[in-house]
Design a protein around this ligand. Structure first.
Ligand SMILES: *Cc1c(COP(=O)(O)O)cnc(C)c1O
Length: 428
């Protein structure tokens, strides 16, 4: 495969942008090689600046459930662009998108828009702290909630439950309020509640997508709800990735458990930068200007982004059986991968939720971050390279989720499985 233009573009980029990328996961660090520079996308495909074409299973890390250049979303965006890019004043489309989301999601009757998932989560946590007048939060190993200070934590040495910063630049004083628990392990959460009487909230990806795809057990989520109720802490579902990806009703719909706050992003912006957080009025009204908890944004609720999101959600509500179709394709893909891998005695662990799929090169079922870390990263890197060379664009880390868009067809998946069979043969 000829990728000289991408290689040169990466060298140029590195001179002026740290690592050559504006978000580290794009740099291909965990699989080696140079990232592909994209020229354009259309439907299910990406084109790079060397003229190579790829079937896209990344979809901008989740937002593009209708693939690239979806006509409805494109039209809505262009129409909005012509009326002005930003006003810093209220527009009716914000209310329309808010109404749509509140209608769809039962435990939410108010929502506020921001510009990224990071901002949404950061603000939801401030709100939970402001509402409960408590400082500590519980998060789970392997869950990603954006890059705000108090969420960049890892397990401290010795104690499981006290977080230490996972990045220089984050003061330990900021993360000492973040307690770490183990995903799918309710005992570890109980322990956190025993260690602190000052817990404002528990935040979780109910369908974890940032350690690979690892859905939470329903009983575990029920247990979280009970613990939060008992200790009067708020339960926050971070559904920046999973909402409108796994199903119309997301994790709350799938498991029938109601969190107090939900964070959104990715799909709700239709490809434009949007995040949001919502909950019941009683909590949400603590936000300024009505309440004392400060939160703001110059470009929050940007009209072009709101129109893109409204168009995407409009398409979803009109065609909500897409999730069954997408899930069928995702299952077709992972079962094919598993079958072909088995022929070469490669063990794959797979998960699917709606249009989300994940696979681990691992002999054992993956239920938490420790399990995920035992996966074979070298094997994944070889798989990734082999697939890329054959025109299949998978996320460049095993600890990411793959996505099916509505533009991907059964024959695309058949070709993918065939290519994977060739790659497995090459890499064993
Ligand atoms: C992507 C993601 C975020 C962060 O969103 P950004 O828009 O990248 O800031 C937060 N939480 C989850 C679960 C995510 O998948």
């Amino acid at each position: 495969m000829y990728t000289q233009n991408s290689k040169e573009a990466f060298i140029e980029a590195k001179k002026v942008i740290p690592g050559g990328v504006d978000s580290p996961v794009r740099a291909f660090k965990s699989v080696g090689g140079t990232p592909i520079f994209i020229k354009s996308g259309k439907g299910a495909y990406l084109k790079d600046i060397d003229g190579n074409k790829y079937l896209d299973f990344v979809q901008s890390w989740g937002p593009l459930i209708f693939g690239h250049c979806d006509k409805t979303i494109e039209k809505a965006v262009l129409k909005s662009v012509k009326k002005g890019l930003s006003f810093g004043a209220p527009t009716k489309i914000e209310t329309k998108l808010a109404e749509k989301i509140c209608d769809l999601i039962e435990p939410i009757n108010k929502i506020r828009f921001v510009s990224s998932g990071t901002e949404a989560v950061m603000s939801a946590i401030r709100l939970a702290r402001g509402y409960t007048h408590r400082d500590d939060i519980i998060k789970f190993e392997g869950c990603y909630h954006g890059h705000s200070d108090s969420l960049l934590v890892q397990a401290g040495s010795g104690a499981v439950t006290f977080g230490t910063p996972s990045s220089p630049g984050v003061p330990a004083d900021f993360t000492k309020h973040t307690l770490l628990a183990k995903y799918n392990d309710i005992k570890s959460v109980k322990k956190c509640f025993e260690n602190s009487k000052n817990i404002a909230c528990v935040i979780i990806e109910p369908i974890a997508g940032n350690m690979g795809l690892v859905p939470a057990d329903i009983d575990f989520l029920k247990g979280l709800r009970e613990l939060c109720d008992k200790h009067e802490a708020l339960l926050i579902f971070d559904e920046v990735m999973s909402r409108f990806r796994a199903s119309l009703r997301g994790a709350t719909g799938l498991v029938g458990i109601k969190p107090d706050l939900i964070t959104f992003g990715k799909v709700i912006g239709g490809g434009m930068p949007v995040g949001a957080f919502g909950g019941l009025e009683e909590v949400m009204d603590q936000l300024s200007p009505d309440g004392p908890v400060y939160q703001a944004g110059t470009l929050s609720g940007n009209p072009v982004a709101m129109h893109a999101g409204f168009a995407a959600l409009g398409k979803i509500t009109e065609n909500h059986d897409i999730y069954e179709e997408l899930e069928e394709l995702a299952n077709f893909l992972v079962s094919g991968l598993k079958r072909e891998a088995k022929k070469f005695e490669i063990s794959l662990q797979t998960n699917v939720r709606g249009s989300m799929f994940g696979f681990f090169f691992n002999e054992k079922e993956v239920k938490n971050f420790d399990d995920a870390l035992k996966s074979d990263s070298k094997m994944f890197a070889k798989f990734h390279k082999g697939m890329l060379e054959r025109g299949f664009y998978f996320a460049c880390s095993q600890f990411e989720t793959g996505f099916i868009s509505t533009k991907i067809k059964e024959e695309d998946i058949e070709r993918t499985i065939k290519a994977a069979a060739e790659v497995f043969k090459e890499i064993v």
